[in-house]
Design a binder for this molecule. Structure first.
Ligand code: UT7
Length: 334
């Protein structure tokens, strides 16, 4: 059986910075409230008319990852694209990326696992490499949240959290000891409606919605039962990290870098305390980007590498929790 490893990483965030004070201009909120509850100071939101679609941001991150890996785009033999905010209802963004990269007709798979999407995507790609089916897989997480958020006071519990951006990695067949050690995936659909965006959907036909023309219908906006999600997040994050450690017979102190999905700085800090990790064992950049869902881990990984915080031989853990609920982890030897 082969092994896979990340050999190139890239990310892209839109230029437009939106601070908490900017939001407080048109939402009843404050920098104090947002900072205290989430740790977020600013996020990137595309400007109206911007050409940065989900797949376009994914393309920019992908080009950086390809260059960083030192391969040609023509070496890519499969694409896995994770997002909850695709350009179109269908087809998914994987094929758009294949087209816009201008590469041969390789397979393109879309992953719909929200905040856990990137770790799920890595796990899928890892299996393809392990079996020998593919050698160079482009794995992308990209999100364009801002156009779909309720930016009024009504939506403040959700809209202040999310940001736009993209991250990508090249997962390659490994010829040494480094690479992915294990991945762990979970779901609990019982809580699907606690963090969701309901309509329009196949059980809510567009003609019926248009006919109702109901201004109180907020089902087009993401909904989150914040407290409930928070409580589940802290439990599941810790569980799935411990699962990865136990499987590989290592301890929390062996982790060189934990890259948690950037859901809320308070969640990351809670996990850090629970696992007894030091500040330099956990990477956070939610302060600058907010929660970018499937993009948050590859953006954080890319920045951690740029800052020299991950070195060859390090034990790196990625972990995520989110809508579904779904949660997942991946442990790697860098
Ligand atoms: O990435 C996927 C997973 N997502 C998560 O893990 C997120 C989990 N949840 C959270 O991060 C937190 O629940 C939030 C940051 C979303 C909210 O924080 P909270 O401490 O749970 O606040 P809350 O929803 O309990 O609201 C407390 C109060 C409410 O007012 P009352 O009812 O006490 O008068 C809200 O109306 O804060 C109010 N509030 C706000 N106030 C100012 C809610 N949003 C805001 C806001 N600014 N943006």
């Amino acid at each position: 059986m082969y092994k896979s490893k990340i050999t190139g990483v890239g990310h892209y965030v839109p230029e437009n910075v939106v601070t908490n004070n900017d939001l407080a201009q048109h939402i009843e909120t404050s920098d104090e409230w947002i900072t205290e509850r989430t740790g977020i100071k600013e996020r990137r939101w595309v400007k109206e008319g911007d050409s940065n679609t989900t797949s376009a941001m994914g393309l920019k991150a992908s080009k950086m990852a390809i260059e960083n890996a030192g391969i040609s785009k023509d070496d890519i033999d499969f694409i896995v694209f994770a997002t909850l905010s695709p350009d179109y209802y269908f087809p998914g963004p994987g094929v758009l990326l294949q087209r816009d990269l201008g590469i041969k007709e390789v397979g393109a798979l879309d992953v719909r696992n929200q905040c856990s999407g990137f770790v799920y995507a890595i796990s899928v790609a890892d299996q393809f490499i392990k079996t020998g089916m593919y050698k160079n897989i482009l794995v992308v997480g990209a999100e364009l949240h801002s156009p779909g958020l309720d930016k009024t006071t009504r939506g403040r519990g959700v809209s202040i959290i999310f940001g736009d951006g993209a991250g990508a990695v090249i997962l390659q067949r490994s010829d040494d000891e480094s690479g992915i050690l294990s991945t762990h995936l979970h779901s609990e659909g019982q809580h699907a409606e606690e963090l969701c965006l309901i309509g329009p959907a196949t059980n809510r036909w567009v003609d019926k919605i248009m006919e109702a023309n109901d201004p109180t219908d907020i089902s087009y906006y993401p909904y989150m039962n914040g407290n409930f999600v928070f409580k589940h997040a802290v439990t599941r994050f810790a569980e799935v990290i411990v699962e990865a450690l136990q499987q590989n017979k290592v301890r929390p102190e062996d982790i060189d870098m934990l890259i948690p999905h950037q859901a809320n700085l308070r969640i990351s800090q809670f996990i850090q305390r629970k696992m007894g990790l030091s500040d330099d064992q956990v990477y956070n950049n939610i302060m600058r980007y907010g929660n970018t869902t499937a993009a948050s881990i590859p953006i954080a990984l890319s920045e951690a590498l740029q800052e020299g915080k991950i070195k060859k031989g390090d034990l790196v853990c990625m972990a995520a929790f989110g809508s579904g609920f779904t949660w997942a982890s991946a442990l790697m030897r860098w």
